[in-house]
Ligand binder design. Structure first.
Ligand code: BG6
Length: 465
């Protein structure tokens, strides 16, 4: 009997969706290729009448430099089970399939479930999995369930889902996914802060003037109109990815950079965070997208000012921005330090220093310093110290979902969102009152609504480009 951690059954519920095809199956293939995973028996689950090989064929074409031997290892242990979330009999069939596969592949019963579905299915799917005895965590094996974002659509729904899944699982078996936490440069925020003496003493309102978090995208809602129109950019990006980044940038030093310590510090930040001003936009032509309601007022862009009401951050605004169909795809954090007191009377003032963390593209970070201009007496210019992550690690930089799956297989939860964290993030977002706010139109490929200029002036923000 095989009982090792890295031999398990991987059950993807929602196996015909884009997430499974574009991210999850390629990620598990990669982990097999790297020998991080020794064996995986894959069971794709979805409502459609299809086969695992038709799903895998679609995935195969998108994998660069495919290693046929590794692919065969994956596909020769791959299966499909048709299932309707509301049909208990289908769950019985799924149980039979899992047991049959585990027996055939000599597995001990370690199971990784991935709910790659919309949150409205989470409660029922979890209940039915438990109802047919698929979840019974015995000491000698593990069962873990990953819930894809969004986790609900409001504080109320997140609480309800949490309550329902808590009845079946202990928190240590629940892995709420925010794929930004699997990104290398997001994972690096805490290390950069807490392992550099040159940064940590300055990381507070005495020395930091403001923080900018920018998540611009140069494409629209693709074929996700039904989902997006109901959620909008605030629930799609602020509730999860951006608030996760805010809490990593703002948290106090955890006792250890791992699991509960880290999550507990992030929670303390979220308790003190609120949105104090927001501007909304919608790209031109949005209402003609498939799945979008005519005259929809859903925002595809927002710029917001956040305050963190604690000793470290009092008076330091966090400006955050996200939008679809803008001029570029860029996810970046700019930490703007306060300017120095004017020491060199004539060449004063020197510019504020910025620490920039580039999450994507050109992963890395840079630090702007003031320096003497060439042959200009004591004139000052800004120079840049730059670290390029890809230059060091090449194309081997792991995809976020590889990192997350690997951590879940190891049973490490630091890169997943805890129940209280998710609820606090929803509370922040639920408090934004959108009624009465205008949603300004902006042209595709622009840098947002023209009304942003006024908003920037009012809030004293110059977005760094
Ligand atoms: C997803 C959002 O969570 O993150 C998408 O639903 C968004 O709307 C995406 O495009 C951005 O992720 P990434 O990794 O491309 O920055």
């Amino acid at each position: 009997m095989i009982g090792m951690e890295n031999k398990f059954t991987f059950i993807i519920m929602g196996a015909t969706g884009d997430l499974a095809k574009l991210k999850l199956i390629p990620a598990i293939y990669k982990l097999l290729k790297l020998n991080t995973v020794e064996h995986v028996s894959l069971i794709g689950v979805a409502r459609s009448d299809t086969t695992i090989h038709s799903i895998l064929d679609e995935v195969k074409g998108s994998i660069k430099d495919l290693d046929e031997a590794v692919w065969n290892k994956l596909s020769s242990h791959a299966h499909y089970q048709q299932l309707d979330f509301s049909n208990k009999k289908d769950f019985e069939k799924l149980r039979a399939k899992i047991v049959e596969v585990e027996k055939a592949d000599d597995l001990s019963g370690n199971r990784l479930f991935y709910l790659a579905t919309l949150p409205e299915h989470f409660e029922l799917a979890t209940k039915n999995l438990a109802g047919v005895g698929l979840i019974n965590s015995l000491d000698d094996k593990w069962e873990r369930v990953l819930y894809e974002k969004p986790f609900g659509d409001s504080l109320r729904s997140a609480k309800r889902i949490n309550r329902a899944i808590d009845k079946v699982f202990k928190e240590e078996n629940i892995y709420r996914v925010d794929h930004y936490l699997g990104k290398e440069l997001v994972g690096n925020i805490a290390l950069l802060r807490f392992t550099n003496r040159v940064l940590e003493p300055l990381w507070n309102s005495k020395h930091i003037d403001s923080v900018q978090i920018i998540c611009d995208e140069n494409f629209g809602i693709k074929n996700r109109g039904n989902y997006f129109d109901k959620y909008g950019a605030i629930k799609d990006m602020l509730q999860n990815h951006i608030l996760q980044i805010v809490s990593l940038v703002a948290m106090e030093s955890p006792e250890f950079i791992s699991g509960e310590y880290l999550r507990s510090e992030k929670v303390k930040v979220l308790k003190k965070t609120r949105v104090t001003d927001i501007l909304l936009g919608q790209y031109e032509g949005y209402e003609k997208e498939k799945g979008v309601m005519p005259n929809s007022a859903t925002e595809t862009f927002f710029a917001a000012k956040l305050e963190i009401n604690n000793k470290r951050w009092k008076g330091v605004p966090f400006f955050v921005r996200a939008g679809k169909n803008l001029s570029k795809k860029e996810t970046v954090i700019h930490i703007r330090f306060k300017a120095v007191d004017c020491l060199l009377a004539k060449s004063c003032p020197a510019d504020n220093n910025y620490l920039t963390i580039r999450i994507e593209p050109n992963e890395g970070f840079s630090f702007e310093l003031n320096s003497k201009s060439l042959r200009q007496g004591f004139a000052v210019e800004t120079v840049n110290m730059d670290y390029c992550h890809r230059c060091e690690h090449g194309a081997n930089t792991p995809e976020a979902y590889e990192v997350l799956l690997e951590q879940a297989i190891l049973g490490e939860q630091a890169l997943f969102v805890r129940n209280d964290e998710i609820e606090l993030a929803w509370r922040i977002v639920d408090k934004i009152k959108k009624d009465g706010l205008s949603v300004y139109k902006y042209p595709v490929g622009s840098s947002g609504p023209k009304e942003l200029t006024e908003w920037n002036k009012k809030n004293n923000i110059i977005w760094k480009s």
